[in-house]
Design a protein. Structure first.
Length: 120
């Protein structure tokens, strides 16, 4: 398991702990980073250069290359990186709070993404 896979699993565990302790903004943030790092791990395993890869590049490569072209993962995962990033940005940069319901949905998607991408 490479470093990004370990980071992804650590962030998923952190997201769960934060959610359980009602830190919904922080949980949403960690949920996003769990799938972002999982996607980077998948890209690395496919031979892509991940050195200092941006969020946009990781999302584009994961969706375009690993889902659309190579069909390594189900198409529903294509939207997860962007959806979770939007909520993470709200949690980090907006005045509004992430609700318990939204944080729970974020966590569920992160778990599903990691189950499919890392445990394959």
């Amino acid at each position: 398991m490479n470093e990004f896979a370990q980071k992804a699993e650590e962030n998923l565990k952190a997201a769960k702990l934060l959610f359980e302790n009602r830190f919904y903004n922080a949980s949403a943030n960690r949920s996003y980073f769990a799938i972002f790092q999982s996607a980077i791990n998948a890209l690395s395993n496919e031979g892509f250069n991940i050195q200092r890869i941006s969020h946009e590049a990781a999302q584009s490569l994961f969706a375009g290359e690993l889902i659309k072209r190579k069909k390594r993962y189900p198409s529903k995962l294509k939207a997860y990186l962007n959806q979770l990033r939007v909520i993470r940005n709200d949690a980090d940069y907006e005045l509004k709070q992430v609700s318990q319901k939204l944080a729970k949905r974020q966590l569920k998607k992160a778990q599903e993404f990691i189950d499919i991408v890392l445990l394959r």
